[in-house]
Structures are given as C-alpha cells and as structure tokens.
Design a protein around this ligand. Structure first.
Ligand code: TXA
Ligand code: MG
Length: 471
C-alpha cells in the first residue's frame, strides 16, 4: 500500500539558515527538530527537499553541499530518525531545471520510487515555494515561521497551515492524520489537559461501539462529547440555560464537562440512551487542532481499559490499548492529570457529578450559588468505587504518619510505597507502583480546596475499592 510522506525543507526548517553551508560543522539543528521528527516517522516516510542554488552560482562546491546533506542525515540517524532520501536541486531559477522548488519533479520521483501517496503527504518549509511545491504535487503545505518564514510570509499565495516551527508543523500533520482516521470510522487516542481520551466520530455509531468494545465498557455508560468551541453547542442540545452560558464563558476551553438536554442529533450510543448529553471543549492545543481539523464532535471516554486508571501519557494508552487503537496522537504528559469536573445543568438545580480539573469553588463563584455534589449511580462509571484504582492496595493514613506505617508494613515483608497526593502525577504514580509490583500504597489526604477535592475523591475510591470486582 502506498504510504504518506513528509517532505522537509532543510535550511530554516530543520537547521538554522546560515546562508550557503559548505562545511558540515555549520549545520546547527533546532533543538526541537529531532524530537518532532521522531513523533512523525512512525506514521510517515521522511524526505529532505532542498534548493542549494549556491552551487550553480559558483559560491558552493557540489561536493560540499553533499557533505552537509550527508551530515544532516547522519546526525538524524544518530537520533533514531531515518531520512529516506535527500533531494537536492543545485540550480538557480534562470537555469530552467525541472527540479527547483516549486516544481514537483522530486516528489513525483518519491511517489514512483518509494511508493509515496502524495495526496496524503505534506511539505514543510519556511519559503512560499515550499507551500507551492505541495500544491503542485497534490500534497498539503505547512509553512513554518522559523528561518526566513517571517520575512516571506506576505508572499504566501497558496493555502497552507502556518505554524511557529518544526514542532508546530508536526503537531498539525499528526492532528490532520488523526482527523482522517476519525473520518474513515477509526478510533483515535488524543491528549487533553486532563487525561487522554479514546475518540470516535460522535455521529458514527459503529465507531462508537468500537470504543466501548476496546475499553471493555458497558454500553449503558455515556461518553463525553468533545467539541472545538461553544459555537456548535446548539446542534447537540435542545436548550442552553443561562447558568451554562456563564460556565461556558468562564471555563471553556478547559477541564469542565457540562451535562445538558440532548438534541435528536446525538446518537443513543453516545448517551447510553439517556435524554442528556455531556459536553466538553478541551483546552489542550493538540485536542483543539484535532477538533478543528475534524470539524465535528468527538465522543470519547478516557483511553484506558475499563477499571484501570486514566492514562496521562501516550505511553499509558499504548500500555492499556496497544494496537486496538488506530492512531495515538502523542501530546506528552497531561498538565492537570485528573479528569474534568462534571456539572449537571439539565435539571434546573446545578449539581456536581464528579469533582475534577475545575475547582468546585470556582464554579460556585461563577454561578453565584452553592453546588451540591451528587455522584450519579450506575450510569456514571467515574462514580464506581472500582474506578481509579491501581492493582496495589491503597491505604489512606494520617498526614505525617506515612513513614511509620511504611516501616511497619515493610517489616511484615510487604512492598510499600508512599505517594504524594498530587493531581498531575497521581495516576502515573499508581501505574508506576503497579509496574514495580508494589503491595501497598500509603497516602494521606490533601486539603479539599481547589484540585484537592478531585484528588481526595479519587484516593477514597481507590482505597475503598478493595474487594469490589472490576470488569
Ligand atoms: O477529563 C475528562 O473528562 C476525560 C477527557 C478524555 O475528556 N474524559 C473522561 O471520560 O473522563 P470518562 O468516560 O472516563 O468519564 C465520563 C464521565 C462518566 O462518569 C460518565 O458517566 C459521565 O461522564 N457522563 C457522560 N454523559 C453523561 C450524562 N449524560 N449524564 C451524566 N453523566 C454523564
Ligand atoms: Mg528553508
């Protein structure tokens, strides 16, 4: 099958643009180049396409241009990145060659010789010719503002994404690919500022059923519908009460999920057949990119197997779901680390269904009234005691006594760990402890203010879940 590729400009895109480079030591990589390309190469073949017109002008020897190119490839190889080929045009525009950007000669060659699917490929560069090259080859262009990007920005004529540098380009490319997977009915794990989600097109019932399958989650447990911004809210709900408007304005995009009366457009598969729908606008830049690129709603629970703690890195997702998920959009570690706050505004009186990333106090302040905490029953999996629990036993102990307890349990031959009760690292530490074969995790409860309430909630569930079967 033909594979998509990314064609990378060299100077100003991967390395600093310092004029005609004749000595390999002059090739200075941007610090983000190697990490960005590493994320890319799992999904795309990588090529370099560079114009070195200094050769034709007589200011650069061809063998020196080759040495610099070879050095760039070698350095990337050392970083674990494979460049399939370097396409180097040594002409000036006046030479009338067929290979100078934006002529598509090299890309057509890559299609023929490497089986590249140009329609699903990208060109990244800091010159308008890079973007025109993409258009001429039937690929998509991404313009970077590194190198000479700022200088030539006004000359851009072809449609393209505009990003700060190579890292932004890779984000844009991966988000576009993930959106394509969703459009094809696939399922995609993606980062949010709380935890990773396992997403499907909210209007594709088959894809949503697959999310339940892969998670091993009962189909009556509703999913959160993620949208890019509040402008499409009307499509998904029948009415937006004033309280919802106030919360939307204050907390979206952000870690707040709002339950409202659903519209007929929302499939039963998303809501578990209920007459309400949970909506969220995540703030994570990659989630935002994905949602905008996709254009529709993404129904997503957290990207863990049912009964496991939520994943806060792409590595956790792979640990849990492996190849069952079609695409994992890696956005690094989640900032907040616990799930979104869920507030129900579907029944008149606002109620808190799950404490999370937005503190209850902030919601009460925005609404100008106290909000009762009413955990839902069986339909809210986040409210099952068995949720949020590691395999190790979690024991809550008085603050300051952790080490005493630890010493006592260790003397009985138990493998013990003391955990700092912090939202951002809580789930990752649970997973670490399990990986180390820990028997008991000792932790003291933090104050319930701010994110503390969510941490206390998750710790109590984890501690209280012993003996309750997980699925
Ligand atoms: O931070 C988060 O909320 C993450 C990220 C991925 O957005 N998502 C998440 O999804 O935690 P999940 O499926 O693990 O938890 C969704 C929660 C469940 O407790 C579910 O019962 C509740 O949202 N929920 C969904 N729709 C609901 C509805 N219509 N009424 C009441 N609760 C609902
Ligand atoms: Mg350049």
């Amino acid at each position: 099958m033909n594979r998509p590729a990314v064609f990378l400009d060299r100077d100003g895109t991967l390395i600093e643009d310092r004029g005609h480079l004749s000595d390999p030591v002059q090739a200075i990589f941007y610090p983000e180049t190697a990490p960005a390309l590493r994320r890319l190469q799992a999904h795309f073949l990588l090529f370099i396409v560079t114009n070195q017109n200094g050769v034709s002008r007589g200011v650069l020897r061809p063998e020196d241009a080759d040495r610099v190119n070879a050095q760039v490839v070698r350095r990337l190889k050392e970083e674990g990145i494979t460049i399939r080929e370097v396409y180097c045009c040594s002409h000036t525009r006046e030479d009338g060659c067929a290979c100078i950007k934006p002529k598509p000669r090299f890309l057509l060659r890559a299609a023929a010789e490497h089986g590249v699917d140009l329609g699903r490929s990208f060109v990244v560069g800091d010159h308008p010719a890079d973007v025109e090259l993409a258009v001429n080859a039937g690929a998509r262009g991404i313009y970077v503002l590194s190198g000479h990007g700022h200088k030539h920005r006004q000359e851009l004529s072809a449609p393209c994404g505009i990003v700060d540098g190579i890292c932004g380009a890779v984000d844009a490319i991966l988000a576009a690919r993930a959106a394509e997977v969703l459009r094809d009915g696939g399922i995609v794990a993606f980062p949010t500022e709380t935890v990773y989600g396992l997403g499907a097109d909210a209007l594709n019932r088959t894809a949503i059923r697959r999310v339940f399958d892969v998670k091993g989650r009962p189909v009556t447990h509703p999913l959160i519908l993620h949208i890019a911004d509040a402008s499409s809210l009307d499509k998904w709900v029948t009415e937006v009460p004033d309280a919802a408007l106030r919360l939307v304005e204050r907390f979206w995009p952000g870690p707040l999920t709002i339950v409202l009366k659903r519209s007929a457009k929302v499939p039963d598969e998303v809501t578990g057949g209920q007459d309400t729908v949970a909506l969220r606008v995540p703030a994570h830049p990659l989630a935002q990119r994905l949602l905008k690129e996709f254009g529709g709603g993404i129904a997503a629970p957290s990207a863990n197997r049912f009964g496991r703690v939520s994943p806060t890195t792409a590595g956790h997702v792979l640990e849990d779901l492996g190849t069952d998920v079609d695409f994992v959009l890696d956005g690094g570690a989640c900032d907040i680390g616990v799930e979104s706050t869920i507030i129900d505004l579907s029944a008149g009186t606002p109620s808190l269904l799950r404490p999370g990333g937005v503190p209850r106090e902030a919601i009460e302040e925005a609404l100008g009234r106290p909000v009762a905490w009413r955990p839902t029953g069986v339909r809210a999996p986040g409210c099952h005691a068995a949720h949020y629990a590691p395999h190790a036993e979690v024991r809550i102990v008085p603050a300051g006594k952790e080490q005493d307890y630890a010493a006592r349990l260790a003397a009985q031959g138990m493998r013990v760990e003391v955990l700092a009760p912090e939202a951002r690292t809580l789930y990752a530490r649970f997973r670490d402890a399990d990986r180390r074969g820990t028997d008991v995790i000792l932790v003291s409860l933090p104050s319930e203010s701010g994110l503390g309430l969510a941490v206390v909630d998750r710790l109590k569930r984890a501690a209280g879940s012993r003996g309750i079967a997980t699925q």
